[in-house]
Design a protein around this ligand. Structure first.
Ligand SMILES: *[C@@H]1O[C@H](CO)[C@@H](O)[C@H](O)[C@H]1NC(C)=O
Ligand SMILES: *[C@@H]1O[C@H](CO)[C@@H](O)[C@H](O)[C@H]1NC(C)=O
Ligand SMILES: *[C@@H]1O[C@H](CO)[C@@H](O)[C@H](O)[C@H]1NC(C)=O
Ligand SMILES: *[C@@H]1O[C@H](CO)[C@@H](O)[C@H](O)[C@H]1NC(C)=O
Length: 304
């Protein structure tokens, strides 16, 4: 068996001759725990309603904003579907602007500009839902909006599984210049700006890839709560996901839930949450998502 020299323990998962299935076929192979994919018949107002939205209509967003004001539904005819969306689905765009100020119990979080979707029924407690036990794979795809670009001199935490007591994350998907307090070096270089990173439970960077500005990027993170490990899978466009890290030790304890959207962190900050610099965003910024789902990976099942 061919072994990639940089990934000594990972067998090549897909024969080189295999081609992806045609778009429009459902490539999900394992039992779904949460389906965050967006059916074509949803409208923006669907996201304000617990009955119609796959996500919580309540959290985590600007104090006086509704999800129908925050989200956009890019025309599915203008772009190819993401890897794990079928022809029944469409992409969803999360935006932030100057009003994206979340009021927590402790006050208005002036450091962040944030809008984070929570899968409905994904309870924020230890072991509260089926994605907090066993072996689980979290999937999402992202695409960039050239009309509402991110300002990647900032740190963006866009997908993460946060512990129930908010003391940390089992993993985090971040882009841009990561603050020192979050495990980065805070130095604004072109390479740092234009890269996605995945961090483990200790904020260690376990995967890094450049941000693509003209095609889908597909990510999956498999957490094994029994063996206390994490593994990252990745592809671009409609390619099969491939293992992008080894199976690495990780502290998956603490329960909690997945959040995805945009959490834009400040620069020149001491506390991150309460203070720092955020430039005005007259046109807002957006992150397009597709193919969001969580699957049960027991017995080695994973959708690639
Ligand atoms: C959209 O279609 C699905 C499946 O066909 C249906 O269950 C759902 O109620 C529809 N949602 C809305 C908001 O019309
Ligand atoms: C996408 O194209 C189909 C077929 O031409 C059309 O019926 C549909 O309205 C289009 N959707 C949008 C959102 O423009
Ligand atoms: C939301 O509206 C209330 C009442 O007008 C106001 O006190 C509060 O500051 C607003 N919050 C934000 C984030 O603008
Ligand atoms: C991007 O963010 C940096 C750091 O806060 C800021 O200096 C710069 O003005 C911002 N750029 C734009 C186009 O807003």
């Amino acid at each position: 068996m061919y072994i990639h020299p940089l990934l000594p323990l990972i067998p090549l998962l897909i024969p080189a001759s295999a081609t992806p299935p045609p778009l429009g076929l459902n490539p999900i192979k394992c039992p779904l725990i949460f389906d965050g994919r967006i059916l074509q018949n949803l409208t923006l107002s669907s996201f304000d309603s617990a009955a119609a939205s796959p996500y919580s209509p309540t959290y985590v967003k600007g104090q006086n904003l509704t999800w129908s004001q925050i989200l956009l539904l890019p025309n599915p005819n203008a772009t190819t579907a993401s890897r794990f969306d079928s022809s029944a689905h469409r992409p969803l765009e999360v935006t932030v602007n100057d009003a994206s100020l979340f009021r927590s119990g402790a006050g208005l979080q002036l450091g962040f500009r944030r809008a984070g979707l929570l899968l409905k029924g994904d309870g924020n407690a230890i072991g509260a839902d089926a994605a907090d036990a066993g072996v689980v794979t979290f999937h999402w795809s992202v695409k960039q909006d050239s009309v509402k670009p991110l300002n990647l001199s900032h740190e963006y935490m866009n997908v993460w599984h946060e512990k129930a007591d908010y003391s940390g994350n089992q993993f985090a998907f971040v882009g841009g210049v990561v603050l020192v307090v979050d495990g980065g070096d805070g130095v604004d270089t072109e390479e740092e700006r234009n890269s996605w990173k995945i961090q483990d439970s200790k904020n260690k960077f376990i995967f890094r890839t450049k941000i693509e500005f003209d095609q889908w990027q597909n990510f999956a993170v498999r957490l094994d709560y029994v063996a206390s490990t994490v593994q990252v899978f990745y592809s671009t466009g409609d390619d099969f996901l491939k293992a992008a890290t080894e199976i690495l030790p990780n502290d998956n304890a603490g329960g909690g839930q997945l959040q995805l959207g945009i959490a834009k962190k400040p620069t020149e900050t001491e506390t991150v949450v309460w203070d720092g610099y955020q430039e005005s965003m007259p046109h807002g910024e957006g992150q397009i998502y597709g193919g969001v789902f969580v699957e049960d990976s027991k017995d080695g099942c994973i959708s690639l």
